[in-house]
Write a protein that binds this ligand. Sequence first.
Ligand code: ADP
Ligand code: UDP
Length: 237
Amino acid sequence: MQKLELLYEGKAKKVYATDDPALVIVDYKDDATAFNGAKKGTIAGKGVINNQMTNRFMAKLETAGVPTHFVRELSERETVVKKVSIVPLEVIIRNISAGSFAKRYGVEEGIVFDEPTIEFSYKCDALDDPLLNTSHALALKLATPEEIAVIEKYAFAVNDFLKSFWSSCGVTLVDFKLEFGRLADGRLVLADEISPDTCRLWDSKTHEKLDKDRFRRDLGGVEGAYAEVMRRMMEAL
Ligand code: ADP
Ligand code: UDP
């Protein structure tokens, strides 16, 4: 399958049309951004890791009952996926306080929650992805009540799977962001990516950060951290 016209170039991936209108090819870049594009850089080898990690998780999630956009890996950086219309919600699940949660509520990072939390942001770079609640999402007609219920069910199922998988690798899943899309027939599937760009991953013993926070916070060792979580994933598969 061949890449045809470039449909969209985002901060981390390019999306290309194919000769099948139901399929697109995503091409993962090494470009890294943070703070809604204010900080820019490159993480060598990130595109390969994020592509391969996402695809392995999506394949596993399908068998765990979460439908996804994944079709097949084309190359180290390229994957054929079902074309969807993205629901403009960033769905964030948290198991442990960190990042914007810790900042917003004035608490330290590392508080382990009794139950995972879920929150939505309006996926809109121009507005800086503002936090919104379900009634706001419904008022803005970003999704239907039925879709929100399905998204919540899938998001918690993804958390159950990822938390236990990462735990078997000696990695603690702190939080992550998901995106969902609608197929032509309206069915919802998990889309976009699951990678150290979109998940906070801490070494279970040392609590060392093994994700994009190393880039956001200039902690160094960014490439090594991405390679380390990929290595642990491959060992556990
Ligand atoms: P951003 O748009 O935030 O800069 P990326 O660089 O990751 O993000 O760009 C990839 C874009 O492709 C995102 O906007 C994402 O919502 C979208 N996308 C992900 N999966 C699919 C899919 N299956 N079909 C269509 N678009 C998708
Ligand atoms: N996240 C993401 N894309 C975004 C915002 C957040 O992938 O545009 C991920 C982020 O990597 C983290 C989780 O979602 O794993 C929660 O992020 P948070 O709200 O704490 O925001 P941040 O601290 O990244 O600004």
